[in-house]
Design a protein around this ligand. Structure first.
Ligand code: AMP
Ligand code: GLY
Length: 427
């Protein structure tokens, strides 16, 4: 099979690395890719948003399957572009159409969906600019902290948590009526704040059946002990020691199963990943967000733990053949430390030369913001490189990952030193 992956981050390097190992994979293309994906296949200079150019490339290069990394092309209907075109509809497309992608593309839709199908999620109300006064009164009726979520995609920045009521009132007004997040915050969801432990769960589904992937814990804040600004993710661990069998069963029964049956009941076809962003409170799971893609850097710990062939699994999902599908998962821990450019998630400089370390089984580098110029690797983004170590012992995986993180060098390198540390107490 010839495969095209869309995207250019560490997640796409992990996908390219895993799919390139498949005996089914003939040619592998990544658009636009990065210096890491270029080691797994051929990078193609097309942006994931250019639906026409993607379609032309797929037909001219006999691509059999398209795998979409980021959410934006899905929310913007790339899947529908493929499924509605006679020639392109013969190509397997891994990712939902716009109707399914609304689970991530519209928080108000996702909340209403969960309400309709009895899926546990924090209480909420949604407001438009015309309903500003109602929204302000709603804030006044709540206690802090206040959780304000832009309805649409806002480059990962659309969730604002305020400790102060006046700040929450001002933010709501800016979001709804002053374009704080542009179109994305024309509608705002105000949600009950839940204090608990975060956990990410994942499935691959064909819309009727699903295969459960390993769960992961993400460290989202820039600073140690979960302080400072939110980022795309500064590290991950899989499996998560506090995710007991009982908790995983609750997640499956209360969240995963009703989500899949809800999609069917709504008549929404769905082939692809579903990423359940969960908050666990008193050992009960609640959905705080759906994503319609793999996580980044969750992919960098989950994909290395999948022993089975991922391309065979994705093909089965595209063909609606997931019933009874069995997946082999390594029992080892995978721990990923993200190396970032100094200043991220604020402003940072790029173009610094990177010196890397040797890889071996259990020691893997996934490139994110890395490009190759004049045969040198240079920094090209805020999150630069994901360092993943695997070991049956979590503490040992931490030692290996941090050993690599220390040795890799580029100007301004920053990383959190506490990835996975909190989890050692659960072992
Ligand atoms: P993101 O959606 O990735 O921008 O992240 C938003 C972050 O806000 C999540 O990772 C949680 O830590 C936090 N969050 C979102 N919703 C809630 C909620 N209802 N209660 C508590 N924390 C939340
Ligand atoms: N790491 C969180 C995400 O991919 O959304």
């Amino acid at each position: 099979m010839n495969v095209l992956i869309l995207g250019s981050g560490g997640r796409e390097h992990a996908l390219a690395w895993k799919l390139s190992q498949s005996s089914l994979c003939n040619r592998l293309y990544i658009a636009p890719g990065n210096a890491g994906t270029a080691m797994c296949g051929d990078n193609v200079a097309i942006l994931p948003g250019d639906h026409e150019a993607i379609g032309r490339f797929v037909l001219s290069h006999d691509v059999d399957m398209v795998v979409v990394g980021p959410e934006e092309p899905l929310v913007k209907g790339l899947g529908d572009h493929f499924r509605s075109d006679e020639a392109l509809s013969r190509v397997l497309f891994f990712g939902p159409g716009a109707s399914g992608a609304r689970l991530e593309g519209s928080k108000a839709f996702a909340k209403a969906f969960m309400e309709a199908y009895g899926i546990p999620t924090p209480a909420y109300r949604s407001f438009s600019c015309e309903q500003l006064e109602d929204g302000l009164a709603h804030i006044d009726s709540l206690g802090p902290p206040y959780v304000l979520k832009a309805d649409g995609l806002a480059a990962g920045k659309g969730v604002v948590i305020c400790d102060d009521r006046q700040e929450a009132r001002d933010t709501l007004k800016e979001m709804l009526c002053e374009g704080l997040f542009g179109q994305a915050s024309k509608t705002v969801v105000i949600e009950e704040f839940l204090r608990g432990r975060e956990l990410s769960a994942f499935v691959i589904t064909d819309g009727k059946h699903y295969v459960t992937l390993p769960q992961a814990k993400d460290y989202k804040r820039i600073g140690e002990k979960d302080t400072g600004a939110n980022t795309g993710g500064m590290g991950t661990v899989s499996p998560v020691p506090f995710a007991s069998k009982g908790l995983l069963e609750k997640i499956e029964r209360r969240i995963i199963q009703p989500t899949i049956s809800g999609l069917q009941a709504e008549g929404i076809p769905y082939c692809g990943f579903i990423f359940f962003g969960l908050m666990v409170k008193d050992n009960d799971p609640y959905v705080i967000e759906y994503n319609v893609r793999m996580g980044d850097p969750e992919a960098e710990v989950i994909l290395p733990r999948i022993s089975s062939d991922l391309l065979t699994l994705m093909e089965a999902a595209c063909k609606g053949d997931l019933e009874g599908y069995h997946l082999d998962i390594s029992r080892q821990y995978a721990l990923c430390v993200m190396l970032a450019s100094g200043g991220y998630p604020g402003e940072y400089d790029k173009g610094f030369e990177i010196s890397t370390v040797d890889e071996s089984p259990g020691r893997k580098l996934f490139y994110a913001g890395v490009k190759r110029t004049d045969n040198k690797l240079v920094t090209d983004g805020g999150r630069v490189m994901a360092v993943t170590a695997m070991d049956k012992d979590l503490e040992k995986a931490r030692v290996i990952a941090y050993d690599m993180a220390r040795q890799i060098d580029f100007k301004g390198k920053y990383y959190r030193r506490d990835i996975g540390k909190d989890l050692l107490t659960y072992i």
